[in-house]
Design a protein around this ligand. Structure first.
Ligand code: AMP
Length: 229
């Protein structure tokens, strides 16, 4: 959807982690990067929402936790991720969006990645003004069919309420209501923020200014990916 400039991108061949608070634009950027490099976009939130909509046992466990804006227990997330990245489509690299979210998840991910041929992950840390986060969260609408992300303020579809790609209905996530947003932001501060230091100390973290529009941020992201080879 957005343009990353005219320069061609090479193969990704690594694990890229999109880290940042809810509403930072990680999902949109991860979607664009995955499309550009033709690797899977692994959003643990999307995986859980899929389980919830299918009413699977995992979905039944995750649903009330997600509705409160809290984090799903590490063992559940890790089992799901391990199974996913073992699939053949992950052999050229992948983009994590919303994972890892706790130190325990990050440590376990480190052990899993050590067995893969990609070397250390690249962590893109999205830094965004608080007011903008709230606007992105309350304005976010997602396509029911393909998961494409829009925003009623900043990234409107051509036809209101319908996805540009497949005409799917655009809906608001149940956890994008204000009281749940507050808990999600608190969970981020409490459980996920420590990962910024963890990865910075390892020298694998790059800060991304996430305040711009989608093409502007994407250009910085692709620039970082190219320089990090
Ligand atoms: P997201 O779409 O990334 O905002 O995730 C939506 C919800 O799914 C979160 O608020 C959590 O309840 C759950 N979730 C997604 N990813 C994780 C994770 N890595 N660890 C724990 N819970 C997660």
């Amino acid at each position: 959807m957005a343009s990353a400039g005219s320069t061609a991108v090479g193969p990704l061949r690594r694990a890229v982690i999109f880290l940042g608070p809810p509403g930072a634009g990680k999902g949109t950027q991860a979607q664009e990067v995955a499309r550009l490099y033709q690797v899977p976009h692994l959003s643990t939130g999307d995986m859980f929402r899929d389980h919830v909509s299918r009413g699977s046992p995992l979905g039944l466990q995750a649903k009330p936790i997600m509705e409160r804006g809290e984090l799903v227990p590490d063992e559940i997330v890790l089992g799901m991720v391990e199974e996913r990245i073992a699939r053949p489509d992950c052999s050229n690299g992948f983009v994590f969006d919303g994972f890892p979210r706790t130190l325990a998840q990050a440590e376990k991910l480190g052990q899993i990645l050590a067995k893969l041929p990609f070397g250390r992950p690249l962590v893109l840390h999205f830094v965004v003004d608080q007011g903008r986060l709230l606007r992105r969260l309350t304005g976010r609408r997602t396509c029911k069919v393909g998961g494409e992300i829009y925003n009623i303020y900043d990234r409107q579809p051509k036809v209101p309420g319908r996805c540009d790609n497949d005409g799917g209905e655009l809906v608001q996530r149940p956890d994008d209501r204000e009281e749940v947003i507050r808990e999600r932001l608190a969970a981020y501060e409490r459980q996920t923020m420590p990962l910024v230091d963890y990865y910075r100390r390892q020298g694998v973290l790059k800060d991304v200014n996430g305040d711009g529009d989608v093409p502007t941020v994407l250009q910085s992201v692709v620039g970082l990916l190219k320089r990090a080879r």
